[in-house]
Design a protein around this ligand. Structure first.
Ligand code: ADP
Ligand code: MG
Length: 383
């Protein structure tokens, strides 16, 4: 059963009638372009088949009740809660979306919602954006405003909900991917201009797969380290006299102007990572998907050595996947835990996943889990 069918069933069980509508939105993985978003650079995510579904109906009065299968409980909020800080926990992701929509003058009716997700929570596959984007679409639809707000603006409001209401300083990639991705494509996104290009990413035709390995590594100090990397990048851009690290055109000249080694390595990562995104896009446009492996691995090495956001579990998973025959592998997401992606021959999924599990056992790490990811569509109405 899809998450949408389960959300519909859960809605009927909870509220005793059919929902008016069901929307669902996907999680994502980032193929390449890590820690480039807040430097106004480039990213290349694609949507996962795993989705978060929201079944909803309007309800009398400005009050919202949301039940989530993952949370195993419901949250109710009303108009007085629609101020940042009023609600904590997972309900804030939903209230934040209602708050953001009302902030741009969209009159979101009171509603009952049931949420069911296949996207693992907190694994770096963007369950948060999947939830925000599915709720946003369902709320717009309930308010009869689906066409009133251009789809390119949906991600911005979802991000605003997460930044300003939930209080998480995330970039724009996740909400863009969850909203705008297309089946069989990766989304080439310019995080400064928000220009997008759908780049064909047909793994099946190439006989390849992307294996996503969730390391289950605990996120060690991830929030503090993320803030630290952002601050270092902003300080380096200021020292170099550019609006953002994305604007550096001569890497060696920029490096020569920086006095400390840490800043130099952070800048080297961001500049070369943007170059790698462009190189991967060029290869995909030229129908050379099978040639992107070395760029994925170079990205991982830079994240490990220059940006220093990997942990032993991520490095072990990448090394084991490559040894088992992957064409390329890298950590994906912010780092300090989370997932690794490996580009593999479609017939090799079990072998590579098994090799990673074996290496984890040898290192005494918790058992990882793996899924094969095919690029799916963005947010859509499913019933
Ligand atoms: P990621 O987005 O990588 O999964 P985040 O930490 O950004 O990790 O978001 C995870 C949080 O989002 C969860 O802890 C929870 O608060 C919220 N969340 C996401 N999906 C759901 C869901 N289906 N039901 C309830 N809360 C959810
Ligand atoms: Mg998230």
């Amino acid at each position: 059963m899809t998450s949408a069918d389960r959300a519909r069933g859960a809605f009927v069980d909870r509220y005793g009638h059919e929902p008016s509508l069901v929307w669902s939105a996907p999680g994502r993985v980032n193929l390449i372009g890590e820690h480039t978003d807040y430097n106004e650079g480039f990213v290349l995510p694609f949507a996962l088949p795993q989705r978060t579904a929201v079944a909803a109906s309007p309800h009398a009065g400005p009050e919202w009740t949301v039940w989530s299968e993952s949370a195993e409980r419901s949250v109710t909020f009303s108009l007085s809660d629609l101020v940042p800080g009023a609600l904590r926990g997972w309900g804030a992701y939903v209230a934040g979306v209602v708050w953001a929509l009302r902030g741009v003058g969209i009159d979101v009716p009171g509603a009952r919602l049931a949420v069911v997700s296949d996207v693992p929570l907190g694994a770096g596959l963007s369950s948060s954006a999947a939830l925000e984007c599915a709720v946003l679409a369902a709320m717009l639809d309930l308010g009869g405003a689906t066409d009133a707000l251009p789809r390119a603006q949906w991600p911005l409001l979802a991000q605003q909900a997460e930044n300003a209401y939930v209080g998480v300083p995330c970039g724009i990639m996740d909400q863009y991917a969850s909203t705008l991705c297309r089946e069989g494509h990766a989304l080439f996104l310019d995080c400064r201009t928000y220009a997008v290009e759908q780049v064909a990413f047909d793994l099946a035709v190439a006989g390849l797969s992307i294996l996503v390995v969730d390391t289950h590594a605990p996120h060690r100090h991830a929030d503090g380290e993320y803030a630290d990397r952002r601050a270092t990048c902003e300080a380096a851009a200021a020292a170099l006299g550019v609006p953002a690290l994305r604007d550096i055109t001569e890497l060696s000249a920029a490096l020569a102007k920086l006095s400390d080694d840490v800043s130099r390595r952070r800048v080297r990562h961001v500049v070369t990572e943007n170059e790698r995104v462009h190189a991967v896009v060029e290869l995909l446009r030229a129908d050379r998907l099978d040639a992107i492996g070395p760029l994925l691995h170079a990205s991982h090495e830079s994240l490990r050595d220059n940006y220093e956001v990997t942990v032993p579990e991520l490095d072990t998973a990448v090394d084991a996947a490559l040894t088992a025959g992957a064409l390329g592998a890298r950590m994906t997401g912010g780092g300090f835990g989370g997932c690794v992606i490996a580009l593999i021959d479609a017939a090799q999924a079990q072998e590579v996943a098994g090799a990673v599990a074996k290496a984890f056992a040898e290192h005494g790490f918790a058992a990882p889990s793996a899924i094969v990811a095919t690029p799916g569509p963005g947010v859509s109405r499913v019933a």
